[in-house]
Design a protein around this ligand. Structure first.
Ligand code: GLC
Length: 676
């Protein structure tokens, strides 16, 4: 039966029911007309399927599943192929569990390093966030399982996330907060998009026709189902008219509002039929997927992938005297509760019921090391509390080096709350300082979901290895990196500022009803560079066990605004490793406020010692453009641009100046539109 015929057959109540969900996790079935119910489940880094009591905060049980590195970590891998493989593995799990749509990826921009859900999100940069999401979606959907890119849009804080309106200019929205969704929606075509809880410029996302219809449907060409975040719909009929096809979770009120408004003539047949048609298409995708069910990955293979992903995502922030990798003949003191039971994911709806990570001591011993363990602190009620400090210090004193494992628990980085500080728990800082007093060779391993302020101990330790929330393979990966079995290659997808006061949102805490974005598009590294604020560790930064030489940068003009750039990278050190390269553009004489540099491309290659490779990137008009509210489009000014190739945003290895022949309508030339 085609959709027009189906719409003829469905009663008003059935149509209202289809648009209002079936229960907490399922869409509604219409058995008599062959429409199946379909299950949706979280989340972005692992399957949180609840067969029993459903909830959207990760409180009730869910089935055992593999926990992969969270978005904060995988983005630091800058590895499209890896993220796609993770997506395939997750899609595989969903297939096996008869889940039709996986509620991820989460691509909200990390505007403030304090946001409680930053661990789920990819980056401060929309290009990185968009690329990671694109390949994640491709991976999951290659298994005939849908995705739900979320939360559309500007859900950049957890503080009053249900009511605080994100207030920004159109230019800021287009260049940053919408841009993170634009690329994956156009390139990967997610089956669904999940709207956010918050208002945007005063109108709830779930009732924002400009957002859902004008931009998402008409401009970005999204033709799937728009689903609400769980409980994000304030008024079902208004949200239907704005473009919400499916309100979750099920509520009888939703159905009643639709039938009441229909009978009053406040919503028309076309409003309902448009959404029912989309839901029927989704149900058909699910139905045909069921017929193609296959389970191809074993638990061991998925776990192994989780370990590899954690290794590729870890960022080496400091490595004085090349203390890492540690030689096998060195005796290691392994200190801290996280060495035994690491936090490897945040709290809330994304939290996976994963198996416990192996202990770091066991992993190091399996690699042939002598390792002594001391607790140093206990984790009670999710708070690190000092425990056995004296024994920990004694253990450190009698070993050649000390690996101190610290970080944030899921109660610190979780949904519905933001952090108030960038610092680690005082017990963790004190433990590091106590150990550093008796052993000069301290290696700090950090498990956290966002930027941390390491100033309390950075100068007292030799090395800092940032693991992120890197999934169940956390300590296997940490041991492989500490031992040199694998070289770290990850680079920060989020700037680590020196202190909270340096951030654009330090004074934030709107009145709970509006949160203005006065920094405009100057988010993350763009803000620090524009304002001349040196961070602790810049965007795109990460050390390796080897060194790379960049050279031979060339540029070829392909057209008025298109260029092809290439350059070589050689591994000139003594350890095989992957290198992540970044390409930035700068508008040398813009008529409007623009960031000093904007990331437009990145690549990654594994290089053996001595090996050389060539990277090549095509840059097109959009890479040079900014969004002009005057012209209401992305627009390229005439003039010269600098193309920079970097190992990080603060480590530019080569650059060239090119002339770009954009448009220059008179109207714009006198218009100096800043971001606000
Ligand atoms: C939550 C989250 C969303 C999640 C949904 C279902 O509140 O905001 O990311 O997918 O509800 O758990």
């Amino acid at each position: 039966m085609n959709i027009p015929e189906l719409l003829q057959q469905l009663t008003l109540e059935e149509k209202a029911g289809l648009c209002s969900g079936g229960d907490f996790w399922h869409t509604k079935a219409v058995e008599r007309l062959g429409i199946p119910a379909m299950m949706m489940s979280d989340g972005p880094h692992g399957l949180r399927k609840q067969d029993e009591q459903g909830d959207h905060m990760g409180v009730n049980d869910s089935i055992k599943a593999v926990c992969f590195p969270a978005g904060c970590a995988t983005a630091s891998s800058f590895d499209r192929e890896l993220v796609e493989r993770m997506g395939k593995a997750l899609g595989n799990e969903c297939q096996a569990e008869n889940v039709g749509v996986l509620l991820g990826p989460a691509v909200n921009i990390k505007r403030s390093p304090l946001c409680g859900r930053n661990f789920e999100y990819y980056s401060e940069d929309p290009y990185v966030a968009g690329e990671m999401a694109t390949y994640f979606i491709r991976g999951v959907q290659s298994q005939d399982v849908g995705t739900s890119i979320k939360h559309f849009y500007a859900n950049n804080q957890e503080h009053r996330r249900m009511s605080s309106s994100s207030e920004m200019s159109e230019r800021t929205a287009r260049e940053i907060y919408l841009a993170a969704f634009e690329r994956p929606i156009r390139k990967a075509k997610p089956w669904t998009v999940m709207c956010s809880y918050n208002p945007v410029n005063g109108v709830y996302a779930s009732e924002n026709k400009h957002l859902l219809n004008d931009i998402l449907r008409n401009e970005l060409g999204f033709d799937g189902v728009i689903v609400s975040d769980w409980g994000a719909v304030k008024h079902r009929a208004k949200s239907l008219k704005a473009g919400i096809d499916l309100a979750m979770p099920y509520s009888a009120d939703y159905e009643k509002q639709l039938t009441d408004w229909y009978e009053k003539g406040l919503i028309g047949e076309d409003d309902l039929d448009r959404s029912v048609g989309k839901l029927r298409e989704l149900a058909e995708k699910y139905r045909s997927a069921v017929s193609r069910r296959r389970v191809t990955m074993t638990e061991e293979q998925k776990h192994e992938l989780a370990v590899r992903a954690a290794e590729e995502s870890a960022v080496l922030l400091k490595n004085d005297d090349d203390i890492l990798p540690v030689c096998r003949d060195k005796r290691i003191a392994v200190i801290g509760g996280f060495a035994e039971n690491p936090e490897f994911q945040g709290g809330g709806s994304s939290r996976v019921n994963a198996k416990a990570a192996q202990t770091l001591c066991d992993c190091l011993k399996q690699l042939g090391f002598n390792a002594d363990f001391a607790l140093g602190y206990m984790i009670r009620y999710n708070i690190l509390t000092p425990f056995g400090i004296r024994y920990a210090v004694e253990t450190a004193a009698k070993n050649d080096c000390a690996v101190v494992c610290v970080g944030n628990t899921w109660l610190t980085e979780k949904e519905e709350t933001d952090r108030f500080s960038l610092k680690l728990n005082p017990a963790a800082e004190d433990l590091i300082l106590d150990v550093a007093q008796v052993n000069p060779n301290v290696i700090v391993v950090i498990y956290a979901g966002s930027a941390v302020d390491v100033s309390a101990f950075e100068g007292k330790v030799k090395a800092i290895l940032y693991m992120g929330y890197c999934g169940e393979g956390a300590n296997e990966a940490a041991a492989d990196l500490i031992s040199g079995r694998v070289s770290p290659c990850g680079k920060l997808a989020e700037t680590f500022p020196k202190c909270l006061e340096d951030t654009a949102t330090a004074e934030r805490r709107g009145n709970g009803y509006t949160e203005r974005y006065p920094e405009g598009g100057l988010v993350g590294y763009k803000y620090y560079e524009y304002n001349g604020i040196a961070p602790a560790y810049p965007f795109g930064y990460g050390l390796s066990y080897t060194t790379f030489r960049y050279g031979d940068m060339q540029v070829k003009k392909l057209g008025k605004t298109d260029y092809y750039i290439s350059f070589s990278v050689q591994n000139v050190g003594r350890h095989a490793a992957a290198e992540i390269v970044q390409v930035y553009i700068s508008d040398d004489a813009s008529m409007v406020t623009r960031p000093k540099k904007e990331l437009v491309a990145f690549g990654k290659k594994h290089l053996e010692v001595g090996e050389t490779c060539t990277f090549g990137f095509k840059l097109t008009e959009r890479d040079f453009a900014y969004f002009s509210p005057v012209l209401n489009k992305f627009y390229v000014e005439n003039g010269t641009f600098t193309i920079s190739v970097g190992a990080s945003s603060a480590d530019i290895r080569a650059e060239l100046v090119v002339r770009v022949h954009g448009d220059a309508p008179k109207a714009v030339r006198v218009h100096r539109n800043t971001y606000f």
